[in-house]
Each structure stands twice: as structure tokens, then as C-alpha cells.
Design a binder for this molecule. Structure first.
Ligand SMILES: [Mg+2]
Length: 307
């Protein structure tokens, strides 16, 4: 076992660009805080996503039992794909624009307050989602994945609307995607039970929200062993404009009246051009096989006092 894998040594993998460079600015304060909590923190600021994932895998290979990530949902996505299967536990310091997974875990919004939870290192198991697209290797995500309109919205949010803050970025992406969309015919196979119909988008939610607080599945929990499946059927401009104020102000989806299912496994058949994203990152295209992995990751969270 690596000599650095003793209990108080922890690798901290940060994405300097997360939260419009907020994560990078946090570095000195984080170093001081972790030191005051008795950690020997070793910071890494990889410049690419591949490097982030490789470093996470390296931490697991070196025998570390704890890893800390600093960034948003995209940073977390790379880390969980790097460490999967190793049993390494993850501390999350939310410093991105959206931080929907951190919100679902009930972590404090202030990164330095969230970092204090690392001192006690109280963890709990959460579910992850494995998605295998037709044209790509299987990957994991922690929060929300989706096909159709929201995959295109995520692509635009990470591209031409990247300059906008949080939820506005995703809503701008969604409106742009909606104006150029075409509804598709989808078949959802829930282990033999079939749903078939038109859809503008399908979201597969492990966490309640995505895109900086859009409440796609308000009842979703990350530790209940179920995936919340949300199907938004063919939309119209009047319907979208009616729903827009709630989407902007509270992130509520109620005005769109989506269909809702629960699943542990499902297969999505759609036309080959329909894209899929996991936590906002492109995963590939349909058909897609989805599997929920119950309790696949232990994450640091606030300890709940015994009743
Ligand atoms: Mg769940």
C-alpha cells in the first residue's frame, strides 16, 4: 500500500475552471482549512477531464480510501468514473455553477462550510447510474441523465451559453434546442413492460434537479434504489411559455405535466440520432441501456443526530 494512504492524507482533485474559476480561487483557503482539520492534503488541478478521471483512478490504485473533489457536477462525474469499483470514499466540495448533486446530498452551498464536513468524514451510500449508449463505452453518472431535448440543451449550455450563470444557461439552451427540435418516437422497455409514444425528452433522475435547480424529479432520492423516469411528451410553444416563469423562478416542472415512472433497469429505443447526456456531459446516442447501481458510492455528508 502507498505510504500516502494513511488516514489523514487525502488527495484533493480540483477543477480550476469550475464555477467560472471560483474553484481555483478557493485553493489557498481550502488548503489552510484542511490543514487545520488535521489533513495532509495533496492538491491536483488537472487541466483536462481525461486527466481528472485518470488521477481519480490513480488515487484508488495507490490504495487511498478517501478522495476529495472540488468543482461542479461535471468534475464529480469524472471522479466517479475514475474510482468506480474501488470502494474509495468521496468528499465533495461544491464549487461549480450548478452543483445539483451536492444539493441532492444536502451539502452546504458554501464550499468552505461543506469542506468542514470532511473533518468528521461521516459517509453514507448513494446510488449511481450506469448508461451504455450504442456508440460509446458504459459510463456512470450521479445526478440526472437524459435523452432528446435536454441532451441538446446541455450541449448548448456547455457551449454557446456558457457565459450565463447557473440555471439561465440551461434554460437558454433548452429554448434554443426547443426551437430546432423534432419530437421522436420512443420505446421504454422496463424489463418486458413497454411504454411507447412520442417524446421531446426523457430524463432519468437519481437526483431531484439538474441544470442549476430545474426540479425535474422533485421526489427523487439518491439512496432509495430507484431511478425516477420522466417523459415529457411532444411540447408546444404555448405550453413551454406557460411553464417558463415557474422554470425560471423555482425550477418547477409542474406546468409541463410529464409522465413519471420508476425503474431499476430499462432500455431506451429511439431513432439513432437521439443523443444522451449524463450530468450534462454527452454520453452517446440511442439505443441506451440503463442500470441503477444501488449504494455504489459512499459520500461524505452531514451526520444526522440520533432521534
Ligand atoms: Mg432514486
Amino acid at each position: 500500500m502507498d505510504s500516502e494512504s494513511s488516514d489523514n492524507t487525502v488527495w484533493v482533485l480540483g477543477n480550476r475552471r469550475a464555477g467560472r474559476a471560483r474553484a481555483g480561487r478557493l485553493a489557498p483557503a481550502l488548503e489552510r482549512l484542511l490543514e487545520s482539520g488535521g489533513f495532509r492534503a495533496k492538491f491536483f488541478w488537472p487541466s483536462t477531464r481525461e486527466e481528472m478521471r485518470a488521477l481519480a483512478a490513480e488515487a484508488a490504485r495507490c490504495g487511498h480510501r478517501k478522495l476529495v473533489v472540488v468543482g461542479g457536477d461535471g468534475t464529480l462525474l469524472d471522479a466517479i468514473n475514475g474510482i468506480h469499483g474501488s470502494g474509495i470514499e468521496l468528499g465533495i466540495i461544491p464549487a461549480g455553477d450548478a452543483n445539483d448533486v451536492a444539493a441532492a446530498l444536502g451539502l452546504p452551498r458554501d464550499p468552505l462550510v461543506a469542506a468542514r464536513l470532511l473533518f468528521d468524514w461521516h459517509t453514507r451510500p448513494v446510488d449511481l447510474v450506469r448508461a451504455k449508449c450504442a456508440d460509446a463505452e458504459a459510463r456512470l453518472y450521479a445526478g440526472v441523465g437524459g435523452a432528446g431535448l435536454d441532451a441538446e440543451a446541455a450541449r448548448l449550455a456547455g457551449g454557446r451559453f456558457r457565459f450565463l450563470p447557473g440555471r439561465a444557461r440551461y434554460l437558454a439552451g433548452a429554448l434554443q434546442a426547443f426551437s430546432g427540435r423534432r419530437a421522436f418516437e420512443v420505446t421504454l422497455d422496463f424489463g418486458g413492460q413497454i411504454y411507447r409514444g412520442p417524446a421531446d425528452m426523457i430524463a432519468l433522475a437519481n437526483a431531484a434537479s439538474y441544470g442549476g435547480g430545474i426540479q425535474i424529479a422533485p421526489g427523487a432520492r439518491m439512496d432509495d434504489g430507484w431511478l425516477d423516469v420522466v417523459v415529457v411528451e411532444a411540447l408546444s410553444w404555448p405550453k413551454v411559455l406557460w411553464a417558463l416563469p415557474a422554470l425560471c423562478w423555482s425550477g418547477g416542472m409542474g406546468g409541463l405535466h410529464p409522465l413519471r415512472f420508476s425503474a431499476r433497469q430499462l432500455k431506451i429505443q429511439a431513432s439513432p440520432g437521439v443523443a444522451f447526456h449524463g450530468d450534462g456531459e454527452p454520453f452517446g446516442h440511442a439505443p441506451i441501456e440503463i442500470e441503477l447501481l444501488p449504494g455504489a458510492l459512499r459520500v461524505v455528508c452531514a451526520a444526522v443526530a440520533a432521534p
